[in-house]
Design a protein around this ligand. Sequence first.
Ligand code: FAD
Length: 545
Amino acid sequence: VKKIVVVGGVAGGASAAARCRRLDESAEITIFEKGPDVAFSNCSLPYHLSQMIDVADDIIVMRPIDLEMQYSIAVKVNHEVTAIDPATKSVTVHNLEADTTETVAYDELVLAPGAVPIRPAKIAGIHNDNVFTIRNVEDVKHILGYLLDRDITDVTVIGGGFVGVEAAENLSNGGFQVNLVEAHDHVLKTLDDDMAQIVQKTMLDYEINLIVNDRVTAITDKNVTLASGRHLKSQAVIAAIGVAPETDLATQAGIATGETGAIKVDQHFQTNIPHIHAVGDAIEVFNWQTGKPQRLNLAFPAQIEARQAADHIYGRQVRNHGVIGSQCIPVFELNVASTGMNEATCQANHVDYRTTTVIPLDKVSLMPGAKSLFLKLVFAYPTGEILGAQAIGESAVDKQIDVIATMIANHNYVEDLETLELCYQPKMSTAKNAVNMAGMVATNLLNDEYRQVPVSAVRGLVESGAMIVDVREKDEYRDGHLTTSVNIPMSEFRDRLDEIPKDRPVYFHCLTSQRSYNVVRALINLGYTNVYNIVGSYKGISYYE
Ligand code: FAD
């Protein structure tokens, strides 16, 4: 009978234990979890802050008794593993309730201890009673209880990553006035700045006091102070600054860590010590696009690594295929998703790239509720290999991103997106999916059929006095336009060619860059060589003004 010990009982740990049971009915499987709960949905935690999930314990997917009854897995909560002795193949376990210690032998050990939220010592007051982090069910119970018991009105969230943004949204939906302070120049680093602006505008529309390029330096029970010297009213703080891999237990036992500081594993998720595998937020993963080690604190990698580690324990052939980082997050009515490389990661890795953004409707315009969908595609230059994508819209934009993630995994090129056969029905999509459109525009760019500039270039164009032509119809222009733009509607441009100079660059935009694209293509066919489409266009420009 194989004795399997698992450290940590949530995403990675519970998955590894369950997979071991599926592979071996006779194994003696024990999970040690230092917290009071196992198998809860970490990703649902922020939704207790708005009381959308009003009973925090509902976040627990399986209780210890469920795992014991259904999977015959011994689950010891409030039990911390404090030491590993690889020589005797045993762990020391501290029963936190009884305050007793025991030694437990293993044949195979799986480490899934996760990560711990960071509290930077340089922030004065970071350990005050009114500063919280979110990692487990007890955390969100405690936070909501604290806020409600004290009639707190103003809360500051530090950090605009996905945990910080979800916390801010839920606190706002829960009726609190929220400050969100992000040190970087925009929230959600998996997005490029032009896409993040769309998310930020929505957060501002919902009256979240969003502050970027600034950092919290001090916290009291009345306010927070920023590096810029500003003070924000705030009686409580959620620190969502990031997490550090939980490695103390491993390193004390001689388990090696990698250059990111997380536990180093091989192609089978094995550590440098035999019979010890490690999975989840505690480990370093390999990004096959950049060829570099990184950390990726997400539930899918944790669960798939757990399955593969269990398979390897049972002699199955597994290989750590590495990650590209696919993720999604709802932000109020928006859905935001991304996969693979963005402009920042291309630049950091010296990858030559191009991008294009298409803004089609998410369903046929006749259908109620049709809304724009922003899809940005990042591709390698000159090969056209698809590197990454970001999508924002009110529809299920994770569909577009999942399709592109699949294409990246298959090393496909932008022209492969043009002809990709996807589902269509007017209430659900457009006949040519946004994914097809992005592939077509990217292919045209690589074939030098037309040129574009990103919407982020508009401010510079305006300042330099460049000619910007708005091709929307007159009534649309009247309702709002860039002050320096000239209106030559698409329906009139063929009769007004004399107003479009040939001897200097001219930049065109409309609402979504689609009509302006058609105008630019027509002008190229008429012999114009200096015409550019502003990609992102008025919908994008409006986020920049
Ligand atoms: P965890 O799930 O954190 O489990 C580790 C467990 O190990 C902990 O319970 C800890 O108490 C226990 N432990 C640690 N040391 C010991 C020890 N010595 N002895 C015993 N027990 C120990 N990911 C997504 O993909 N999508 C999302 O939408 C998403 N939303 C998230 C929202 C929030 C608020 C948070 C916090 C995370 C979210 N994640 C999301 C990330 C995802 O939850 C994690 O990547 C995943 O849970 C990692 O799994 P893990 O098993 O490595 O760690």
